[in-house]
Design a protein around this ligand. Structure first.
Ligand code: URA
Length: 246
């Protein structure tokens, strides 16, 4: 039976930090099956018991999943003493659920970043064995030529004794030079290093897609929304192969 301490239930649902949850319970503001309980340590059945705080029913959800349009200028971390992190873009009640970013984008990169508290889901998406595809749009300082397409396809050496896995490159404009790149791994500064290896610098970088899930373009930088069930399903069966970039 899915049993949980009442104060932990309230914390996990983002209602309050553990100490506040205890005090809500002790003040008689929490009921289980319409009976006020004052012991934070009692165990509740998350599937059967009806928990109310100040008379409002709290539905139990173990995991949460969000899509963030990461803006430039924030770091992909859960907390930092000086710099603004992606989690600072989320309200306290969501952060309290123990969410974290799935993988990382550089401080100056924008676009699709998944945020969850589901460790297995994140692990699955990041596992090199799964080779989940990621699509980026890059603005370059110069045109690396058609031969770069072949080099990316063959797997390009990016330094530090590492040759990137085969990737797809497609130019979408020449002035400014804009390209779509699809990669199947996530090494540190990977896309920037791949372009550097063909003589171009990345001026702007945006992640557009992860697995088969696209960034919702109605989200402004800094905005987020929950993933739909359909998107979750796509991510849980994310695969490696695709013939076209889009
Ligand atoms: N590749 C990079 O170089 N930077 C990112 O943020 C993501 C992929």
């Amino acid at each position: 039976m899915p049993k949980l301490r009442l104060d932990k239930f309230l914390k996990d649902q983002g209602i309050a930090v553990r100490s506040e949850a205890k005090s809500l319970i002790k003040k008689g503001l929490v009921s289980v099956n319409d009976i006020i309980v004052k012991d934070p340590g009692i165990h509740v059945n998350t599937e059967e018991d009806i928990i109310k705080v100040r008379g409002v029913q709290i539905d139990y959800r173990q995991f949460v999943y969000y899509m963030l349009n990461k803006p430039k200028g924030v770091i992909t971390a859960t907390q930092d003493k000086k710099l603004k992190t992606v989690l600072d873009l989320f309200p306290e009640e969501i952060r309290r659920r123990g969410v974290f970013p799935v993988g990382r984008l550089d401080k100056d990169t924008e676009g699709l970043l998944l945020i969850t508290n589901d460790g297995a889901f994140a692990h699955n998406l990041l596992s090199p064995k799964k080779g989940v595809k990621k699509l980026y749009e890059a603005v370059l300082d110069s045109y690396p030529g058609e031969e770069a397409i072949k080099k990316f396809e063959e797997g390009i050496y990016i330094g530090d004794n590492y040759t990137a896995l085969p990737a797809k490159l497609e130019y979408i404009s020449k002035d400014p030079v804009r390209a779509l790149v699809e990669i199947y791994e996530g090494k540190f500064h990977q896309v920037k290093r791949m372009f550097k290896a063909v003589g171009a610098a990345v001026v702007e970088l945006k992640r557009l897609r992860m697995g088969d899930v696209w960034l919702d373009e109605s989200l402004k930088p800094g905005e987020f929304r929950e993933l739909t069930n359909e998107e979750l399903l796509k991510l849980s069966v994310s695969n490696h192969s695709s013939d076209k970039l889009i």
